[in-house]
Design a protein around this ligand. Structure first.
Ligand SMILES: Nc1ncnc2c1ncn2[C@@H]1O[C@H](COP(=O)(O)OP(=O)(O)O)[C@@H](O)[C@H]1O
Ligand SMILES: [Mg+2]
Length: 312
């Protein structure tokens, strides 16, 4: 059989470039070369080449995180070039990248989110009011972002200006939400119309980390990931449903991974990742592996779903 010509897109220009290259290397190694002819493209330098080669590409595998990769822009370019790609399209990617719009859609779908406020750069704020809602400690994060970049936990009002400054580096809107101490989990779904619910993963950053920050996410041994999560079956199936509801509320396709916090038996949705980390030790591949899907099989399945969506 003729091999499928796959364009592997990794690198890019977002602050998650390094993570993307690492994931891209792993995906490249794991793609079955007996089935796929893989050519790598780095959107930072190779967009012109991608356009020129479009007619010779059967599908694109996108391993880009953050703006200009996971946010619908690259997806739009691939649509224009008639190149199918794994995961969400323009709409789902853009909605999930926008933490503010996502929250509004989660709420409309009946999901719980931490109490939050949105600030615009330069907006005056009333510390007393903030102490009431969302209340300290607060999480301050950019509206568009990922990998916890620009995100901090603020214990006291005095720490707020610095946290705002670092989040505003990534755009004109910042989200302030109640810091919820609880069990951090993440839930993956896989499929187009029939969603497969993957087992829930529990995330435990080592105690030296204040939260699941950039270093905790990527430094070796900095976080323990336990799959399936050590929670009751009821909570686990509720969390799986929340992940599926979030995926659908944001019009996602193919796969996604929704981050959540369990506190007092309530499940709060934080955000949905449309291109989850893709090293074999990343959370989504770990959840897939726990349900018997190897990393290589996961890549095959994502490619199959991409082609099915194009034909559907
Ligand atoms: N409201 C919250 N309460 C407690 N921890 C939070 C909250 N929001 C974010 N965090 C912590 O910050 C991390 C990153 O936040 P998240 O919303 O998942 O954004 P991203 O992963 O896109 O940077 C989470 O994995 C979690 O550890
Ligand atoms: Mg997250």
């Amino acid at each position: 059989m003729k091999k499928l010509r796959v364009a592997l897109l990794a690198g890019g220009i977002s602050s998650e470039r390094d993570v993307s290259i690492k994931s891209g290397d792993q995906v490249y190694d794991a793609l079955d070369k007996a089935k796929y002819d893989v050519v790598r493209f780095d959107p930072a330098t190779d967009l012109g080449k991608l356009v020129a080669d479009a007619s010779r590409i059967d599908m694109a595998f996108i391993v880009l995180h953050g703006p200009y990769g996971e946010d619908g822009t690259v997806q739009g370019l691939l649509d224009l070039l008639h190149i199918p790609y794994q995961g969400s399209g323009v709409l789902g990617s853009a909605l999930a990248m926008d933490k503010w719009t996502s929250k509004r859609l989660y709420i409309e779908a009946g999901l719980m989110v931490p109490p939050f406020e949105v600030f615009e750069r330069g907006q005056a704020y009333d510390l007393k009011a903030l102490a009431g809602k969302p209340g300290f400690p607060l999480v301050v994060k950019p509206r568009y972002g990922g990998s916890s970049i620009g995100t901090s936990i603020v214990q006291t009002p005095k720490q707020l200006p610095e946290a705002l400054d670092s989040a505003f580096k990534y755009g004109p809107h910042v989200i302030l939400e109640t810091y919820l101490e609880g069990t951090e989990i993440t839930g993956g779904v896989l499929g187009n119309d029939d969603l497969q619910h993957l087992p829930i993963v529990e995330i435990i950053p080592e105690s030296s980390f204040a939260f699941f920050d950039y270093e905790a996410k990527y430094a070796e041994g900095a976080t323990r990931e336990i799959c399936p999560a050590r929670i009751s079956e009821t909570l686990s199936s509720r969390a799986q449903s929340c992940a599926a509801v979030a995926h659908e509320a944001l019009c996602c396709r193919g796969y996604s991974r929704t981050d959540m916090i369990i506190r007092d038996d309530n499940i709060y949705v934080l955000e949905t990742n449309t291109i989850p980390g893709m090293t074999p030790v990343s959370l989504f591949p770990l959840a897939a592996k726990t349900s018997g899907i190897s990393f290589g099989q996961l890549l095959d399945r994502l490619i199959e779903l991409a082609l099915e969506d194009r034909d559907g």
